[in-house]
Design a protein around this ligand. Sequence first.
Ligand SMILES: C[S@@+](CC[C@H](N)C(=O)[O-])C[C@H]1O[C@@H](n2cnc3c(N)ncnc32)[C@H](O)[C@@H]1O
Length: 358
Amino acid sequence: MREAAGFGRLFLFPEASKHLFVRRARRRLSNLRLTVSHYFNLWRHAPPGRRFDVVRKVRSAVRRSPAPLRYLDIGEFKSFEQFEIKYRQLAEELGVPGKIPAPGEVDFLHAMVDLDEVRYPGGIGSRDYFFLTALVGILAPRRVIEIGTLTGFSTAIIAAAIHRQHGSFFGAGLPSGRTGIAVDTIDSHTHCSIDTTRPIGFEIPELIPDLVSTVRVHTGHDSNFVREIATRGEFGLGFIDADHRHPWPLLDVLRLAPYLQSGAWIVLHDIQLGTYGKAELDAGKGIEGGTPYGAEWLFDRWPFRKIRSFHIGAIELPARHDSLVPFALDLMEEPFELTSKAAKRIRRALYQSFGDLL
Ligand SMILES: C[S@@+](CC[C@H](N)C(=O)[O-])C[C@H]1O[C@@H](n2cnc3c(N)ncnc32)[C@H](O)[C@@H]1O
């Protein structure tokens, strides 16, 4: 199905299946068969006392056919005019027709764009934070979990968008200590790779001085730490922008899913990084830091509802978290972009994450 010009493209299954990667992904998922190695790893890494249960539940999840797919490619947010147009289209798609940007939203984005020339490197670009802002504004989650903080630029974007929706009243009903916290952000480092004298999240007080208390920065941890800071179903949205090497983004999704509300969305950054890097290399250009495929493969293969805006995308969690396991087993067939020891560790972590999804 093609939408009006300028409004992106909406594909509904089976229209979506015209796209080769979608068709291939769905076929692979339907053909997935559990091997001896799968059974061995499921058994070995299941929580003691739940081994039979885990194997039985994975077997039945694999037998179920993949859910229908709905895929919107909304295109890039190239201007303020497009922000307002695409905001409305996203709102329609997300079941909030007629919703428009909150007062102050566009002014805030103008202030961020004005910083472009003097910004620290490494954070998301304007087209991507227009999309992120629109999504947070429309879905209006009260609590967001972010993996990959760096300077805290995207953290500030999210916290400001939540504040415009809920003011200071977003913590009602939370366990004590978390009232008033809009964003939890986790980073494996304590200091920024772009300037090792600066602590992770240092930009947050510069960008949103009045909202610093609504953000908690957790350094020296990865996504496994979410279980220490939240209860199941606590977050309304996730944002993953950390280690992009396959299968890190997959592991991050599997670990966050139990702590997100049912049907919540997770935003993924750099969903074209691998392809972009290959094109640059083919053109004889070197790229600093590598251009892994982890987020790209995850987004492209995602068999549930999803929305793309060029480099950034959002995936909707299926109603049944156990459906994530066959998807994960299939994606784990792709070569890991890690050294052999790290690959072994992350394979184990992936299998261990299944226990919380079943
Ligand atoms: C691309 S930067 C994040 C940029 C930030 N989201 C923004 O747009 O302002 C990636 C960050 O992820 C962190 N990181 C790398 N691997 C990680 C992991 N496995 N878990 C958590 N954080 C990780 C790095 O230390 C780095 O600060």
